[in-house]
Design a protein around this ligand. Structure first.
Ligand code: THG
Length: 367
């Protein structure tokens, strides 16, 4: 493949220098920013993530900051998840929907205070939609993108590494809770969260200048833990059923089709702009839904377009992500399958770019 030309539009991150020194081999573009995708091989990166600890430059998880008295009301307008019970110090995974109930993003909402929130976005320009809502409804909220860049510490040894840099109290953080932790005289939000099923933390690094000092401190503190630069690993995230906005779903899908019905409380999410559109599907359920699929045969190429899923010659779904799993010795995949064919064990055919493959539907993911 050809190279991508650098420019101001393709943003570097506070950690890019460290990522390059660590020998990054491939990037993708996410929220107009560099996101590393490969350091050694997909399999080596995967094995290391599952056995040690990695530091990930996930700066591309940009924050949409809400500040002002109408912030909580605005946040509830954006999502069908009921936020009334959410306290400062909590993070919530929240589907964000438009007025038709279509998925605009699937971020992590971080409630800093009643009148101050971060929306840690997936790959779509959510800020524009949020600013439009604020303007249209005359809300008293300032919306912008602060100089805050998440750095993830992921893997089974993440607690040990984080404790060496932030102190033992970081171990007490519960899942999707955050606290403020000091590093070299500055306070940063540290949450127990991250885009893997291996456990760990996300440090919302405050200020570009704080980036490389923290990167170096983590690498030095973790030398005997075999800490390495890493990145979200597509094999591991498919095994775990973590969705990728723009790959596995987009504006044409409801949260229920995405299997995110458990993060929706449509009946009580009063004020959500997509509420009326979602009430019916919340009651009756979707007619197609995200499913785990195993795909037979040798390692598939990676999925860069929808692959048709067939029952005989009838189109019943599509695959949107796929990877060879060394642990499960099969191709693991994420797809959208029609209700008539989504039951556990259903045998289907996938039209992969290199030919037809047998596949099986699963009702749960691998991790
Ligand atoms: N962390 C932060 N921001 C992010 C991501 C992240 N922004 C982009 C992207 N990832 C948003 N998408 C997701 C998808 C899944 C999860 C988080 C963000 C996730 N899901 C868990 C699961 O499904 O098992 C837990 C959800 C829950 O139980 O609340 O973590 O990773 N800051």
């Amino acid at each position: 493949m050809a190279l991508i030309s650098p420019s101001r539009r393709l943003r570097r991150t506070p950690f890019s220098e460290g990522v390059e020194a660590a020998g990054v081999k491939a990037y993708t573009v996410y929220n107009h920013m560099l996101l590393p995708t490969l350091f050694a091989t997909p399999e080596e990166d995967y094995r290391h993530l599952k056995s040690a600890v990695q530091v990930w430059d996930v700066s591309c998880e940009r924050q949409v900051e809400l500040r002002g008295p109408d912030s909580a009301r605005l946040m509830q307008m954006l999502t069908p998840r009921d936020l009334r019970g959410m306290l400062p110090g909590q993070c919530f995974y929240v589907p964000i929907v438009d007025e038709t109930g279509g998925m605009l993003n699937d971020p992590v909402a971080v409630k800093l205070a009643e009148d101050r929130w971060w929306i840690s976005i997936a790959d779509s320009d959510l800020l524009f939609w949020v600013k439009g809502i604020v303007y249209g409804f005359r809300l008293d909220v300032l919306v912008d993108e602060p100089d805050v860049s998440p750095l993830a510490v992921q893997g089974p040894l993440a607690d040990d590494l984080a404790a060496r840099v932030f102190g033992d109290s970081v171990r007490d953080l519960r899942f999707f809770r955050f606290g403020w932790f000091e590093f070299e005289g500055r306070s940063h939000v540290v949450a127990r969260s991250g885009y893997s099923k291996q456990g760990g933390f996300e440090i919302y690094v405050d200020g570009t200048d704080a980036g490389m000092p923290l990167w170096h401190a983590l690498m030095e503190a973790g030398a005997d833990l075999d800490v390495r630069a890493g990145c979200p690993n597509s094999i591991e995230r498919i095994e775990g059923g973590l969705l990728s906005y723009g790959n596995d779903m987009d504006r044409t899908n409801t949260p229920h089709e995405c299997g995110l019905g458990r993060f929706c409380n449509t009946a009580t999410a009063i004020g959500c702009v997509g509420r009326d559109a979602l009430l019916r599907v919340a009651q009756e359920g979707p007619v197609r839904q995200i499913r785990a699929l195993s795909i037979d045969g040798p390692p598939t190429p990676s999925c860069a377009r929808h692959w048709p899923v067939k029952a005989g010659d009838k189109l019943v779904g599509r695959v949107s992500s796929a990877a060879w799993s060394p642990d499960h010795q099969t191709n693991v995949a994420i797809g959208m399958v029609r209700m008539t064919h989504w039951d556990e064990g259903t045998a289907l055919t996938v039209e992969a770019p290199d030919g037809l493959r047998d596949a099986v539907v699963h009702e749960t993911f691998w991790a």
